[in-house]
Design a protein around this ligand. Structure first.
Ligand SMILES: NC(=O)c1ccc[n+]([C@@H]2O[C@H](COP(=O)([O-])OP(=O)(O)OC[C@H]3O[C@@H](n4cnc5c(N)ncnc54)[C@H](O)[C@@H]3O)[C@@H](O)[C@H]2O)c1
Length: 250
């Protein structure tokens, strides 16, 4: 068996945005357990440091909406750990909850900037190196909201729909340039601190839509991301894989 069998990631370098807590932390822990060297990128420097210490990785503080921050972070991780094989675009915010008539242009721009432009900038920063090395795995964390549209979360839903379609576009652009895949995952409600900023009525609405009748765990999302980040996931690209307790069967 080769060293890459059974989903091992030995020798691979991962870059996880928003790795300082929640789903991103679970992804950092899972990829590190599988053998990857993990660059933990987060705008919360202390959180990134805490997780990097726990997984034996490298912490970089920065904001995904800043092209300079992203480029500096990618270079920093390359210097410390090596060129990036696995990019997980996980950093995201829900933004202000409200109906269209309650939200400003700035409310929309803030969410679209983090959730949509952030992943675009991170992909831009790593993709040429992946093309040169003819290998790469990109996993974008979207949301069920991006498939269905949750009320009072218009900017968030639209930003995640954009991530899903960006995933499909980039996947097709990279076909034929080596073993490089681009996929998304669309979780339903997952128990993380992000929910603290969402009104309870909205959380209740989202859970009521889940046939399994419970919230998901960050570790469950990390397991799916691990598969998509592995060398074995070589015939899957441009997909948005569901992880929603049965809410979306498409
Ligand atoms: N928790 C859920 O119910 C759920 C459901 C579907 C999708 N998601 C998506 O999963 C991802 C992770 O969510 P979570 O629940 O773990 O969130 P979280 O709020 O617990 O953690 C998000 C992390 O991203 C970091 N971050 C936020 N904005 C950033 C920026 N501009 N630059 C760099 N880092 C930034 C934060 O500091 C934080 O450490 C998000 O993209 C979210 O939209 C979450």
């Amino acid at each position: 068996m080769g060293s890459e069998s059974f989903f091992r990631l030995d020798g691979k370098v991962a870059f996880v945005t928003g790795g300082g807590q929640g789903i991103g932390e679970a992804i950092c822990r899972r990829l590190a357990q599988a053998g990857a060297k993990v660059g933990v990128f987060d705008r919360n420097a202390a959180a990134a440091q805490r997780v990097a210490l726990a997984v034996g990785g490298h912490a970089v503080a920065g904001d995904v909406t800043s092209e300079a921050d992203v480029e500096t972070a990618v270079e920093d991780v390359r210097e410390h750990l090596g060129p990036i094989d696995i990019l997980v675009n996980n950093a995201g915010i829900t933004g202000k909850a409200g109906k269209l008539w309650d939200l400003s242009k700035e409310d929309w721009e803030t969410v679209l900037s983090v959730n949509t432009i952030g992943p675009v900038l991170c992909c831009k920063a790593v993709v040429n190196s992946m093309r040169e090395r003819k290998y790469g795995r990109i996993v974008n964390i979207a949301s069920i909201a991006g498939k269905e549209g949750n009320p009072t979360l218009g900017p968030y839903s639209a930003s995640k729909a954009a991530v899903i379609c960006f995933t499909k576009s980039l996947a097709k652009e990279l076909v034929g340039q080596g073993d490089i895949t681009v996929n998304a995952v669309s979780p339903a409600v997952i128990a993380t601190p992000i929910l603290e900023g969402v009104p309870q009525a909205t959380v209740d609405y989202m859970v009521s839509k889940i046939p399994m009748g419970r919230v998901g765990k960050p570790e469950e999302v990390a397991a799916l991301v691990h598969f998509l980040a592995s060398a074995e996931a070589s015939f899957t690209t441009g997909q948005c894989c569901d992880i929603s307790g049965g809410r979306a069967t498409y």
